[in-house]
Ligand binder design. Structure first.
Ligand SMILES: Nc1ncnc2c1ncn2[C@@H]1O[C@H](COP(=O)(O)OP(=O)(O)OP(=O)(O)O)[C@@H](O)[C@H]1O
Ligand SMILES: [Mg+2]
Length: 254
């Protein structure tokens, strides 16, 4: 059996949680325990969400607009803190991270947005390389890494172009390259195909599937049901902030 359902986790009961020795979930990349998020008194963006994503797993997060998909992703990369419950990402208790510890966690997480968020005045190469510059990677090594990553998404020949001269699908591939250049252990994508036509959407999804196949945990928020079904990956459906369904993967997509 792929996943074990439990009502609660041993270290979750009582006392301060011994997070570093969280025990049984050794191959878990992300674990949420009874997580709720409230932005305003009395209304919840997420309610009592518990889930676990294994290392290298590809999962979709679906559900109608306002269901809490973006909120859930934002909590994983510590852009929001849970109002209740606990989130473990790569063994770190996100809700308790100090502001100083957040960047180190974020370096292990790549994020892709629907609107790409590329810098228009920088070249493709510079956009992708920025993440390496920030962490002080030596310039020559960074260039090689950027080239290799652009090659992986099939855009090495466009590296000196600017984002706006690329198609939507190409821009999204650049955004994915940028998210991956640091070799993150987790990749989060929020509606990564929302602005793309169906053919380009498939291209992006194939790319994300390959990323997971190489061992990165990939969580993709999308409400494109047909696309999700095609991949047959695990699908978590949110409804009013709750996990209404957790459908396991049903074998490989063709
Ligand atoms: N910063 C915020 N302040 C107040 N309320 C918020 C904030 N962000 C989200 N919400 C509310 O939380 C709920 C969940 O929003 P969220 O953006 O997570 O939904 P979503 O599933 O990503 O929707 P969509 O498919 O439209 O992107 C919504 O009711 C939204 O209005
Ligand atoms: Mg959203």
């Amino acid at each position: 059996m792929r996943r074990v359902r439990r009502r609660s986790w041993p270290w979750e009961r009582g006392r301060a949680a011994p997070v570093a020795s969280a025990g049984s979930g050794g191959d878990a990349a992300i674990r949420m325990f009874h997580v709720s998020k409230s932005y305003a008194a009395g209304s919840f963006a997420l309610r009592d969400v518990s889930l676990e994503l294994r290392k290298g797993e590809l999962a979709f997060l679906t559900g109608p607009s306002g269901a809490g998909k973006t909120t859930l992703l934002r909590m994983i990369f510590a852009a929001e803190r849970p109002s209740e419950g606990q989130i473990l990402v790569l063994g770190r208790n996100v809700g308790r991270l100090s502001a100083r510890a957040v960047p180190a966690l974020r370096r292990r997480i790549g994020v892709v947005f629907q609107d790409f968020k590329l810098l228009p005045r920088r070249t493709i190469e510079e956009n992708v390389g920025l993440a390496l510059e920030v962490v002080g990677t030596q310039r020559r090594r960074a260039r090689a890494q950027v080239f290799a990553m652009l090659k992986r998404v099939g855009l090495q020949h466009r590296r000196h172009h600017h984002p706006l001269s690329l198609s939507g699908g190409e821009q999204q591939r650049v955004a994915i390259a940028r998210a991956l250049v640091n070799e993150p252990e987790v990749l989060l994508a929020d509606e990564p195909t929302g602005n793309l036509d169906p053919e380009l959407s498939l291209e992006i999804m194939d790319l994300l599937r390959d990323v997971a196949a190489r061992g990165t945990t990939v969580l993709v928020a999308s409400h494109e049901q047909a696309l999700i079904e095609r991949y047959g990956s695990r699908t978590l459906r949110l409804q009013d902030g709750r996990v209404a369904e957790d459908a396991p993967a049903r074998g490989r997509a063709g």
